[in-house]
Design a protein around this ligand. Sequence first.
Ligand code: 13P
Length: 290
Amino acid sequence: MGIISTKYLLQRARKEKWAVPAFNIHNAETIQAVLEACHERRSPVMLAGTPSTFKHISCPDMLALCRSYSERFQMPVILHLDHHEVYEDIVNKVNGGVRSAMIDGSHLPFEENIILVRRVTEYCHHMDCSVEAELGLLGGIEDDKDVDAAHSFLTDPQQAVAFVERTGIDSLAVAIGTAHGLYTQRPEIDFARLEKIGQLLSIPLVLHGGSGVPDEDVIQSIKLGIAKVNVGTELKIAFAGAVKAYFAENPDASDPRFYMRKGMDAMKEVVHHKITLCGSEGRLGLGDKQ
Ligand code: 13P
């Protein structure tokens, strides 16, 4: 038990055409809700924290919680650094025990993105930490970043091959038409582009902006090489919605054990649904080692 890397798990998922769900978590309750659902379904899972999550709850506290839940649920826990951009920040967190990191240089020019990612990969691999990076730039709001549609761009398949070769990353986040946050209309996923990238690259591919992507599109993406599906916004909306409804019905309530539980249960429903979409049920323990 304890904190593990994702390298072999994601490789196995890609090979067998299912995906590991990665959920954005923010505090003890959201970690617990996600792990309860994954434990019930025997599903592997990645708990993803953005840089501002670790301002809300420190990385050592988060790691301590994950280790404790790992024992309690008798399952390895993957704490993943989502959209981290600073080398020193990743090094500090990896030194503290994190074993799965995304270095996001997608806003940088191609060569600068490669230099940054290569540097992070060299350090992380030496610490048995798996590395995800992004090529192309997703639109939408993630953490404190807002990328408008005019500045977002899709992943170029040939560039992706060079990027993976030159950086040595373990998984690649692709920009294929999804965006972070809520969609105002149905996202148009460029499946032809994803298929091409999937044919050229054998490493696991990552779908960001999983909230609001139609179920059939998630399933089709997994068939074409997506091995990790990121979901954040849908969980927050479910949690907050249930808490708001509870207070609407119980305006004088004040006990967090009651209103938090409502939020957690609503969040769990979303987690259960995403596990079904990812086909990750019953896969716990697969790929923890080579
Ligand atoms: P959503 O909030 O749109 O689900 O995106 C989550 C994500 O991609 C985290 O990296």
